[in-house]
Design a protein around this ligand. Sequence first.
Ligand SMILES: C[S@@+](CC[C@H](N)C(=O)[O-])C[C@H]1O[C@@H](n2cnc3c(N)ncnc32)[C@H](O)[C@@H]1O
Length: 219
Amino acid sequence: MPCPCCQPPESGDYEGMFDTEWANREADAYIDHGLEARAERLIAFLIENCTGPLRVLDVGSGAGGVHHELLRRGLAASVVAVEASSAYISAARMISERLGQDSQVEYLHGDFATAADGIDSADAVILDRVICCYPHLNQLLGASASKAERYLALSYPRERWWVRIAFGLFNVYLKLKRKDFRTFVHPHREVHAIAGRDGLEPVHAETEGFWQITVFERV
Ligand SMILES: C[S@@+](CC[C@H](N)C(=O)[O-])C[C@H]1O[C@@H](n2cnc3c(N)ncnc32)[C@H](O)[C@@H]1O
């Protein structure tokens, strides 16, 4: 059990935000069209530059497109996927079964920032569009960095005025809808500082639409 005083306060209603309807829509999109461009770019660096097979930790894995593809393309040998939405876990598990990957993936339900102590480290830790859904960057990213034996691969919102406006408008919409969930454009210097503190150095950076993609490697 984490120390109560180190536990982050309320972080958001992930079950209510990423419900069955949302999760099934994302799962169908992956089945019909494959990975979105951002996710494709996120794993491209690993596929082109890393020797596998990797043990992967997919934090905030959603419907699991990233880990399904890493397994399907042979770079990952095993995956632990940690997700705060049970609907997303059901959707990802359904796809794993359909692809015959179920023996290679372990799904864990919960908040990774508070559950990380009980979770093994991995060769590659991936957070695709996750830190922008969590208010406590230091806790979530710090815990993730500490589990990355070789690589930490992230996608997160770019620090551009038009990205901030888009995320701000989405937060207004969420407030009007009385959703207990907000998005966050965390400062990139903090992202780099947290990874650097753990001995991780950036080895790849690119952008895709709204998203910054950065891969860190342990030095
Ligand atoms: C925008 S979705 C992205 C899902 C997937 N990675 C993708 O890009 O399609 C963000 C996901 O991160 C999950 N999440 C956010 N913070 C989390 C945390 N601390 N622990 C586990 N899951 C988390 C949410 O439940 C949500 O499913």
